[in-house]
Design a protein. Structure first.
Length: 139
């Protein structure tokens, strides 16, 4: 029997779609925050263009990884999709950063891996807990 617009199945599906969309936006915002925090820490200026330039390699790598992991099904999953997105974002972002003419000192690589790990994996962990808590219990 198909679900009607007001049926529990329909509400659940639209709620999950909203979580997926919010998850994708949150990831992108967290990457921007990573770039802004880094620029602020190193007194590189907080102009929007500079923040975008710093974030761009990581955003491109994240977008490719996210698309490859089928975000319509996996954007809230920590394992394996979240770990794949994190690793590809870090490695791909660092490679693109160097190709764009910036540096990637070992200390920057370590900070990048840790901060993006906390941000991207932490967001997925929190999202998973919230989605589970909001899911009706099956008794």
């Amino acid at each position: 029997m198909p679900s009607t617009p007001d049926s529990p199945a329909s509400r659940s599906s639209s709620s999950l779609s909203a979580w997926r969309g919010a998850s994708l936006v949150s990831d992108a915002l967290l990457i921007f925050m990573f770039a802004a925090l880094g620029r602020r820490t190193h007194e590189s200026g907080m102009d929007p263009g500079g923040i975008l330039w710093t974030a761009l390699p990581f955003l491109l790598a994240w977008a490719a990884a996210t698309a490859a992991t089928r975000p319509d099904r996996t954007c809230t999953r920590l394992w394996p999709a979240g770990v794949v997105v994190w690793v590809v974002t870090v490695i791909g972002g660092l490679l693109l950063r160097v190709l764009f003419g910036d540096t990637a000192a070992p200390s920057f690589q370590l900070v990048t891996a840790v901060v993006l790990g906390v941000f991207l994996l932490g967001r997925r962990a929190v999202t998973t807990l919230v989605v589970r808590a909001r899911r009706p219990s099956r008794t």
